[in-house]
Structure formats: C-alpha cells, structure tokens
Design a protein around this ligand. Sequence first.
Ligand SMILES: Cc1cc2nc3c(=O)[nH]c(=O)nc-3n(C[C@H](O)[C@H](O)[C@H](O)COP(=O)(O)OP(=O)(O)OC[C@H]3O[C@@H](n4cnc5c(N)ncnc54)[C@H](O)[C@@H]3O)c2cc1C
Length: 415
Amino acid sequence: MAKNWAGNITYSATELREPESIEELAEIVAAAPAVRALGSRHSFNRIADTTGIQISVVRMTGAVEIDTGARTARVPAGLRYGEIVEELDRQGWALRNLASLPHISIAGAIATGTHGSGVGNGSLATAVAGLELITAEGSTLTSRRDDTNFAGMVVSLGCLGVVTHVTLDIVPTYEVRQDVYDHLSWAALAENFDAITSSAYSVSLFTDWSDHGLTAWLKSRVDDFNARPDLFGATPATRPHHPLPDGPGEVATVQLGVPGPWWDRLPHFQLGFTPSNGEELQTEYLMPRAHALEAIEAVRALAPRMEPHLFIAEIRTIAADDLWLSPSHSTDCVAFHFTWRQHFPEVSALLPDLDSALAPFGARPHWGKVFETDRERLLVAYPRLNDFARLAGGLDPGRKFANDLTSQWLGRVTQ
Ligand SMILES: Cc1cc2nc3c(=O)[nH]c(=O)nc-3n(C[C@H](O)[C@H](O)[C@H](O)COP(=O)(O)OP(=O)(O)OC[C@H]3O[C@@H](n4cnc5c(N)ncnc54)[C@H](O)[C@@H]3O)c2cc1C
C-alpha cells in the first residue's frame, strides 16, 4: 500500500494513475466517482487521500515557458520546485521565495498554502498568476489573477480539480548568502522581535522552546546585505548547521556567508539529500504577527511536555495575502512550526492543547500538517471557508474531489 513521504499515512486509494496527457487525465477524472490529486506526498495528514483513485500529474512534463514581458513562467504543475529553479536561473530569472525544501511539487505546495520566510515575502501561492486545471466533468478551466474567484482557487486543498499547469511570477535572478547566529536569548527576541525578523530577506529561528533560546538563520540578498558582527547578542556560527540539532550540517544548504544562487540558499535542505529527518510528524500554525510575543509565551508554557516528542521548532514570518484559504490571509503572520518525533499517542494528546493555547491569537493551522482544530474554530480562523466550500460545490457538485478530511473542514455548505 502506498504511503506518504513520512510513512505515517497509508493511503486508502484503490489505485494511483499517472496520465501522460491532458486528454488521458480528463478521461480518468470524468469517469471516476471519487478522485484526488497526489503531489510529492509530503503532507502529514490525509489531505491527499481518497477511497477512489489518486492521480499524479508527475508524467505530464514539459518546458518552463518564460514570458519576459509579463515576468511569468508557465510550468507543469507536477514538477518539483527543485526541477524548475535552475532553468529559471539559467535564463536570468528567479522566484521570490521557496519553502524549506525543494522536493515538493508546485501544485501540492500551493494547494496547502506552503510558505518560506521573510517579513516582505508572501507564501508560495502568492506567486501564482494563473492556473490550468481539469474539473470534475473532465473540462479544462483556466483562471488568471484578475478573474472572479481566482483568490479562492489557488489554495484549493485539491478540492477544485487536478491542476496541470501553473503560471508563476518571476523576478530577475539574485544571489543569497546564509549567516547563522547561535545563542539568541528569548529576552533579546522579545525586545527586538521586529528588528530580528526583518534583519534579512528571510529569517528562520530554530528552538526547542526551552531556556536555551534560539538559533537564527539569516538569508540575505547579496545586493542588500548588512554585515553584523553579532545579532542582538547572538554570535556567528563557525560551522555549518542542520535545522535538527543533531543533523549533519553538510547536507543543509551552504552557510557561513558564502554567496550562491537564490535556489541554493533559500531552502534549508538540498534536493539531493533527504530533507529534515524523514521519520517525523509536523504541525504548524500561522497567526497575526502582532501577537507573536504573547503566542510564544503560550507555547513555551507547554515546553516541558513537548520536549520528549520534539525534534525542533521553527519561527518564521509571512506577508499577508488575499487568498481565501491561505493561512496568511489578510494579515502579516508569524508561523510556529513543530517537527515531532513519530510518537503518535503523545503527539496526538498534545495537539488539542497546542490548538487551545494558540486559539486566542486566531492561529490558523497549516493544511498539510497534523492538527486538531474543529470546524467551528476553522470558520473563525478562515473567514472565507464557507465561500470556498460554495466555490468547490459549484465546480464539483458530485463532490468527487472531497475526502473525509476536507468534508470535515468544509462541512456541507449549500450554494
Ligand atoms: C520535510 C518537509 C519540510 C516541509 N517544509 C515546509 C515549509 O518550509 N513550509 C511549508 O509551508 N510547508 C512545508 N512542508 C509541508 C509541505 O510543503 C506541504 O505539505 C505540501 O502541500 C506538500 O506538497 P506535495 O506536493 O507533497 O503535496 P501532497 O502532500 O501530495 O498533496 C497536498 C495537497 O495538494 C493537492 N494536490 C497535489 N497535486 C495537485 C494537483 N496537481 N492538482 C490539485 N491539487 C493537487 C492534494 O490533493 C492535497 O490536497 C514540509 C513538508 C516536509 C515533509
């Protein structure tokens, strides 16, 4: 039986189909009573599962088509970011941001609102200028940024159809350097949160929430770099780090201030190596940045309980967007990410308490990770949830793209 990347989910699908053309894909979708698109399987919950057929567009390959006038690139949706970045760079172009790993498919990443970091950087879905998908009855639908409901279509949870191509905004290529600082104290973070999170183009803070404090990874554009002998008391690392405390620094992206292409510095993990640990679970919440310090205190109160089950946590920032189901919808966000050991009962017991601790701050769970948030709270956290449910119901009246998890989240909203 097929499993997700972390091995914690065994899919219930009866088969996996990998069509090679739009026509073949359309035929499969039209004929199937229940169907779900599958990306690179990096989600940690049952979001990509179905009791019917899973479809991967991984074999629907093709060129990266750059429109220099519009500053966009049209790409096959099943490709992984790591498979398009070098071609973009070769032609003098770049994406504004990437997630921590280049291994994820473009369609899968945008469907869940996947993000990187940076106070001025939106999630990866905000780079989407257009989508082409096959809808429930097997027709092609193209949607562009100015179209009605486009803001509802990008972070789709896989509920609107199978995306075949994505048009992404591009910018002129740039170089990035990574500088890591050890021993950042909680007190220094509390006093200088905005200065620290905006001290580079993309900033990630790693911690186990204990009194040991944090490690700061600063990813700076080389054309906008400010040398710092220290970061509010934190000192420059003298050896390469891995996000996990015991991980080998050599397999992470190059640090120690060595400049390199954007695609080889913005992620933490290199395409040729296993990202993170592999045998793990992940949870993440995004919430308004204005609540960052109070929310950190609320999580730190749980630190002793989390400690035996946590590999590492990461604090990042994401700029606001207008996408309906985006976890960074309408507000500049701070994100708290948790990489758990695969201690299923213990982590499952913690999740409701983590959700309750962060609920007062309007925290929104990452759709592709494990969380315990009931629909009532999702409705408050995601004010366009019912609008999205209506959009999905309109495009897929027979609900062939729904599964148990998305039905639980979206409910049965009528048109
Ligand atoms: C090691 C690791 C590191 C991670 N780091 C980050 C990070 O830095 N930031 C972050 O935000 N998240 C991160 N994630 C989470 C990850 O980005 C998301 O779970 C993402 O959705 C995975 O994409 P995927 O291609 O594997 O999609 P899958 O898990 O296969 O599917 C996810 C969703 O996408 C839909 N989908 C897939 N393909 C299509 C398609 N062609 N058309 C329509 N819908 C489709 C599926 O139906 C499903 O709903 C990480 C995950 C791992 C394992």
